[in-house]
Every structure is written in structure tokens, then in C-alpha cells.
Design a protein around this ligand. Structure first.
Ligand code: DC
Length: 211
């Protein structure tokens, strides 16, 4: 069984997808971490995040097991990730890994959950259940700001909102695999819905689909 969880930054899709994977015993892949891993490698090599050749090389040589979970969460890497994610050759290099993961999950679990921007539309259009998790930019910026504050970085909430909006525009307007809900996705707006309530809705949808 394949579950696609898409949506914009800081909408709660990672938290939701992880909780669903734990609940059902499914394998979980955070596909944003792959783009972040590419971006981090490019910046570490000293190249610019807009250098397509450097980004492609980083994508082709990416070892997902060696992505540093902390180093990829900085505002610089977030910004760079949205640049490399707009490059078609980078997306093509990452696509194969995602599809392999979806069809052959490590550990032979009976299902996989992938979260990202284009899982339901491009990576796994055949997914059994598609969720599109969203929330207003203000709510998302507030959550991301709290997260950053907790980890010791100090951008203002207004700055975080600006970053969230800029990334939304880039993720939505790019030509290759723009962020959008699949026609058959279930929309979950977490602006007013708690993650717990969204989790209950998602569990019910997956259980119905499993039969
Ligand atoms: O979900 P995230 O913030 O970790 O994603 C990092 C960047 O990668 C973000 O700009 C969107 C992009 N991304 C993408 O284009 N496609 C995906 N499937 C996942 C993430």
C-alpha cells in the first residue's frame, strides 16, 4: 500500500506522515530531506545553490543514509533546497530513488508513506491514498518560528513568514512538478484542525482504502 502525503512547508505533513507510518507499521520517506541533502552537499562543496551542474552531481551521488538530519534544517539549506528542487535534472535523479523506495520499502513493510510536494501527482500517481495537508501561511510560519526558536535559531516571525511565502511561490510556480494537490487527493487543512484530528481523519481514510 502506498500513501502520498503532499503539501506546503510547515503544514504538519511530516508529523502526520511519521505518526501514520508508526501507527500502521509502514516505511516512511521524507522526500524533502532528499532535496535538502542535495542542497546541503552543494553548499558544502562551495558551489552556488543555483549551479545546476553541481546540484546534478550532488543528486546523482546522494547517499540518503548519510544525510545529516540537523544540518539540513537551517534556513540557508531550506532556501537552497527550493532552488535545486526546481531543476528538472535534479528531480529526475531523485525520482528513481523515491519510486524504488515506494515499491520496495526497506524491511519489507506492507506499506510506504512518502511525504513531499509531488508524490500524489508525479512520483506515485497510483498511490492508494493521497492526502494534501495545508494551512494558512501565517499558521505555518508561526509553527516554523516556534520550531526554530526551540532549536536556538533566531529569525523573527515576520522573516519566517516571508521565507515561507517565498518558498510557496517557488514550489508552486516551477515548471517541473509544481506543488499542487492531485485531483483525487483528500484535502486536510490544519489551520484550525489539530494534528491529532488530522491523524484520525487520515487513519480512517487509510483503513477504508485497505478494506
Ligand atoms: O518539505 P521540505 O521543506 O523539507 O522540502 C524542501 C524543499 O524541497 C522545498 O523547497 C520543496 C522541495 N520538495 C520538492 O520539490 N518535492 C518534494 N517531493 C519534496 C520537497
Amino acid at each position: 500500500m502506498i500513501i502520498a502525503v503532499d503539501g506546503p512547508a510547515a503544514a504538519g505533513k511530516g508529523t502526520l506522515a511519521r505518526a501514520l507510518a508508526a501507527h500502521f507499521g509502514f516505511a516512511y520517506l521524507d522526500t524533502g530531506a532528499l532535496y535538502r541533502g542535495v542542497a546541503h552537499a552543494v553548499l558544502k562543496s562551495g558551489a552556488s545553490a543555483s549551479d545546476e551542474a553541481a546540484a546534478l552531481l550532488a543528486a546523482e551521488t546522494l547517499n540518503p543514509d548519510q544525510i545529516d538530519p540537523k544540518a539540513i534544517r537551517t534556513p540557508e539549506v531550506s532556501e537552497a533546497a527550493s532552488l535545486v528542487a526546481a531543476m528538472p535534472p535534479v528531480r529526475a535523479a531523485i525520482l528513481a530513488f523515491q519510486r524504488r523506495f515506494a515499491s520496495h520499502p526497506p524491511g519489507d513493510q506492507s506499506g510506504t508513506i512518502l511525504d513531499g510536494r509531488d508524490i500524489g501527482t508525479v512520483v506515485c500517481p497510483e498511490a492508494d491514498v493521497k492526502l494534501y495537508v495545508t494551512a494558512s501561511p501565517e499558521v505555518r510560519a508561526h509553527r516554523r518560528w516556534l520550531e526554530l526558536k526551540g532549536s536556538g535559531s533566531g529569525p523573527s516571525e515576520a522573516q519566517v513568514l516571508e521565507d515561507v511565502q517565498a518558498r510557496d511561490v517557488r514550489d508552486t510556480d516551477r515548471k517541473t512538478s509544481p506543488m499542487r494537490p492531485a485531483a483525487d487527493a483528500h484535502l486536510l487543512d490544519t489551520s484550525d484542525l489539530s494534528i491529532e484530528a488530522a491523524f484520525d481523519v487520515a487513519v480512517a481514510l487509510i483503513e477504508t482504502s485497505r478494506g
